[in-house]
Design a protein around this ligand. Sequence first.
Ligand SMILES: [Mn+2]
Length: 333
Amino acid sequence: METTVRIDDHSRIAEARRAAATLGHTMGLTPELVAQASLVISELCTNILKYAAHGEVKLSTLCVNGTAYGMDIVALDRGPGIANLDAAVKDGFSTGSSLGIGLGTMRRAAAVFDVYCAPGGGTAVLARLLEKKVAAPVDDSFTLGSRMTPIRNEMVSGDSWSCLQFDQSLAVTIVDGLGHGPKAAEAAHAAVDAFQRSARQVGPAQVIQMAHQALLSTRGAVMAVVSIDVQAQTLRFAGLGNISAVVYTRGIAARLVSSDGTVGYGLRKARECSVDWSSHSTLILNTDGLSSRWNLAKHPGLLASHPVLIAAVLHRDFARNTDDATVVVVRGH
Ligand SMILES: [Mn+2]
């Protein structure tokens, strides 16, 4: 579950804190974690207002088997960036007259803390807070990040994505239902259901075949499916229609090419391909709600950031609000 609050005025800080309280209450997070989130939100929002004038915070709960075990707080702006990041993160350095817990304290409170500043291109901060008494998932073969937003003035996203983790393997799908709105969402959800039913048993191309059957009565979708096997160090990919997929390993980009066609319309088979996957690899999947012109050259060092920040920054800088836009990032360990 997630919520985003635009920060363009001091009154919005209280709104963001209330949003965290509501999210915490709904998802069963402890008052201690919500209080901690409140402090972190105040600090991040104060920095946004002071240095960038406006930006946003995105709050999302982390769940395992239906139980919430933490919250991700992501702050994004397009300001000039924190000029002296190392000093700012050290204790005793305040980035301004904030409520004053400081970046150093935030870093200690957070189980994961990461900052990305593009040169002249804004700041992105991730603070992940975890419950002390609820165990986070133990399988750490992968780290994921995502950002999905509906087209402007629409409540539901016609995009969808999902993942399944099992036996040191990870299967991921990303789907773009044709058009947008509820009918697109219906097609996208049917594709995700088919993925969840079949991805443990069959490979990516066959998952798309199953989805094809499930989508015949819908308006259709474009879709990609990835299956990563850590032991075999391979990534298998199949896509039908316009989905972008790139794997970066030690700075080398391998672009994964989808076949032409639409899932649920006509009968086109998706070709399957495979590339090497290592503990240094990063996979970036996105729908065409992101400009096809996105590239990492404009964001030196971003690839080394936490996947949550990679997804957030690419979305911030390349999403067109004339379409549903989704980015999913997977990092190996
Ligand atoms: Mn689209």
